[in-house]
Design a protein around this ligand. Structure first.
Ligand code: SF4
Ligand code: SF4
Length: 321
């Protein structure tokens, strides 16, 4: 019988298409073996949910807010670890039927991380088991967009809603922030909008001052040319991880971004999060990441000689916001 984790023997779940055997200790860019759960919680942020944070990520974002679970979960004693899918499914359905869930309006399992895509076969199995207990259980999948077309189809199949992070619009900025090219992400935006627009909860764009805030018009134009109703939410950047001393975003900048995206043709634009977190760093992002040891002229973790010994991945910040 085919194991639900068979994909991990020749892993091509995301656009890095590493082709490694994660059961045999071979490592791809995510450096993950079997899927592990970092934590779970009832979460009041829309869409209100029972949120499952999966350990690990296929990006190496300089501004990661969940770096403990995304980049070195093994060092964190707090992660839950391997959980059998039927156990997690049972717990999820139970928590979604609790009084606390009804008080906050939680009505779905929300898979996040890190990034959930390196754990996609596990997530599919959890969903299958949860729907055996309650066939109406809803699912949200939170993606960074860097998954293969085939994985995207699988995500669409299991999801009732999809939250989709776009980290930057220009390739150079996207590489600088994440270590990955933008093209597959924008391709997946198009595919998702064309095939399953009703499942898009929102596109999310973390607005970082002086880094990706001048790409708002380009992104909004791109989205509005696909469908002017596509929802876009700007998230307030807070200094974290390698960008721990960078400046947080100002409220005024978020409001300007909403205005610019609306002028560019989008009808459903908003912002959320906590602006105005102070920072003192004046250097540009490239010099900051060069300072921690990522000295590639153009970040591209897939072909980097340090991909399995990456100074960004092992960075430990002093500050968390
Ligand atoms: S980075 Fe992507 S393709 Fe590579 S091993 Fe991880 S999930 Fe698989
Ligand atoms: S050192 Fe290499 S693998 Fe690490 S973040 Fe920089 S480009 Fe990516």
């Amino acid at each position: 019988m085919r194991s639900y984790l068979e994909d991990l023997e020749n892993c091509e779940l995301c656009e890095w298409r590493c082709g490694v055997n994660r059961f045999e200790g071979e490592m791809g860019i995510c450096m993950l073996g079997k899927p592990e759960v970092a934590s779970t919680t009832l979460h009041p942020a829309p869409p209100q949910s029972y949120t499952v944070f999966m350990a690990g990520c296929n990006f190496r974002c300089l501004n990661c807010q969940n770096w403990t679970i995304a980049h070195h979960p093994m060092q964190e004693s707090t992660i839950i670890g391997e959980v059998r899918p039927e156990i997690l499914a049972e717990e999820a359905v139970k928590r979604l039927n609790s009084k606390r869930a009804s008080l906050i309006g939680a009505d779905r399992i929300f898979f996040s991380g890190g990034a959930p895509t390196p754990s996609l076969p596990y997530i599919e199995k959890v969903v299958e088991e949860a729907r055996k207990i309650d066939e109406s259980v809803k699912v949200n999948y939170d993606t960074n967009g860097f998954l293969t077309e085939s994985s995207l189809e699988r995500v669409i199949d299991i999801s009732d809603s999809i939250t989709f992070d776009i980290k930057a619009f220009e390739d150079g900025t996207h590489r600088e922030l994440t270590g990955a090219p933008i093209e597959p992400v924008l391709r997946n935006v198009r595919i998702l909008a064309q095939k399953s627009v009703e499942k898009i909860w929102e596109f999310r764009y973390l607005l970082i001052p002086g880094v990706n805030d001048d790409e708002v018009r380009g992104l909004a134009k791109f989205l509005s040319e696909i469908d002017e109703e596509l929802p876009l939410n700007f998230l307030a950047f807070r200094p974290n991880f390698v960008l721990e001393n960078y400046s947080g975003i100002q409220r005024r900048k978020l409001e300007e971004a909403v205005e610019a995206a609306t002028e560019a043709g989008l009808k459903n634009v908003d912002w959320s999060g906590m602006p105005e977190v102070s920072g003192r760093m004046k250097k540009n992002v490239r010099s900051i990441r060069n300072g921690v040891g990522c000295c590639e002229t153009k970040r591209g973790c897939g072909t980097c000689e340090s991909k399995l010994n990456c100074p960004v991945k092992s960075y430990v910040p002093d500050r968390r916001t």
